[in-house]
Every structure is written in C-alpha cells, then in structure tokens.
Design a protein. Structure first.
Length: 235
C-alpha cells in the first residue's frame, strides 16, 4: 500500500513548500475536469487520495502523528518478518537434522545453536540493509520524477530553467568530451575513415577555414602560455 508521501510523489523529508508545489502539479495532472470522459472516474479516485494525503502532510500535527504511525507500522512489519524468518529457519533446520540425536554432547549442541543464531542475525542485517537501499532508491526516483514534473510546470508558465554547475555535471561533461576525443582519434587512425575525413575537410572551404582559425587561436594560446612560463623561469 502506498504511503501518503508516495501518493504526493515527494520524499519523507520534503518541506511544506515542496509538498505544496507537488500538490499543485498533481492537481493539474489529475483534475477530473481536465480528463477525458472515460478517465474521469479514475481521476476522481486519484484526486481523493491526493487531497487526503495533502490535508495530512500540510498540517504539522497530523503529519507528525502519521510519521509516528508509519514508523511504528514499519517496525512491526520488520519484527514480524524477522520472527517469521527465524522460525522458518529454525523449523527447517530441526526438520532436516535432529539436533538431539546428531549431537549428544551438550557443548556441541550449544555451538550449533549459536551458529544458527549468528547466521540468522547476519541474514536480518543483510535484509535490513537491502530494504534501506530500496527505500533510498525509491526516494531518489520520486525526487527526480517530481523535479522533472515541477520543471515542466514552470516551463509551461513561461519560466526559464537554469541549472547550477555542480562537480557531477562538470565530471559528466569531461567524460563526454573525452569519449568524443577518443572516438575522433580512432576514426583518424583507421585508414578508411581517415581518407573520408581528409576528403570532407578539403571539399568544404567553410569548415576548412573554421578549423584553420580554431587552430591559430589554440596555437596563439599555447604560445602565450609558453612565453609566460619562459619569462618566469628566466633568472
């Protein structure tokens, strides 16, 4: 069953402003008056869920109570899952191996039990880690989906979206440029494509002139850099 956060397509740490914006986007997307006749009934059901989720999450007291209830429900589900898994593991072990008959020595029996508990605890930790990673992936997906919808909404109102240059974007750009350069070098080395590039360059005076100008600019920049280092190294 979806949580109220999933219904509004926001993360569980979303601020009131984000919840408000997400609600407006979803209202515009699912409002029954904006839907074709055959989809109005389904849109009404969705809008009812959206309104209920919004009314709870926009109110601090209701949201706090809901978060506590959601946390408690998840803890109960995890506890039930772990208890059930442990019981099944223990039953399977007991059914396949009669511990009392296989180990007459009390110390050996104790070691087996400790190993079983250790193994179960490890499985519980792995399962908890997997669930946390799944929740993180789901939250990131919803955040990206909301960001995309919100940007589309702003564009529809005539706003221009400007992106900040983050290290990740710069790194992606450098990787893309590096791949392009490697592909160009490979094409330049292969005789067949090398001849095609040369013929294309010689038969297009505009491109030829543009490349020559670019080469002169790069050469001038290189000469300027070399002259700076030469002057710096002089005694």
């Amino acid at each position: 069953m979806k949580t109220l956060y999933e219904i509004l397509e926001v993360s569980e740490t979303a601020s009131k402003e984000i919840i408000e914006k997400a609600y407006k986007v979803l209202v515009k997307r699912y409002h029954p008056d904006l839907q074709p006749q055959d989809k109005k009934e389904n849109a009404e059901k969705i809008m009812k869920q959206i309104n209920e989720a919004y009314n709870v999450l926009i109110d601090d007291a209701k949201r706090k109570a809901y978060d506590e209830e959601l946390k408690k429900s998840r803890e109960e589900q995890q506890t039930s899952y772990y208890n059930s898994s442990y019981q099944n593991e223990n039953n399977n072990y007991q059914n396949s191996n009669n511990v009392n008959e296989q180990y007459n020595n009390a110390n050996q029996y104790k070691n087996v039990q400790e190993e079983l508990i250790k193994k179960q605890e490890q499985k519980m930790q792995e399962e908890l880690k997997r669930q946390m990673e799944m929740q993180k992936d789901i939250r990131n997906q919803y955040e990206r989906k909301y960001q995309k919808a919100y940007e589309s909404y702003l564009r529809s109102l005539g706003y221009k979206i400007k992106y900040k240059w983050t290290w990740k974007r710069i790194k992606d750009l450098l990787i893309t440029i590096s791949i392009i350069i490697i592909i160009c070098l490979i094409l330049w080395v292969i005789p067949f494509t090398h001849n095609i590039i040369i013929n294309f360059y010689e038969s297009n005076p505009i491109i030829k002139g543009a490349i020559q100008i670019l080469g002169k600019i790069l050469q001038a920049i290189w000469n300027a850099i070399c002259s700076i280092f030469t002057q710096t190294n002089k005694p």
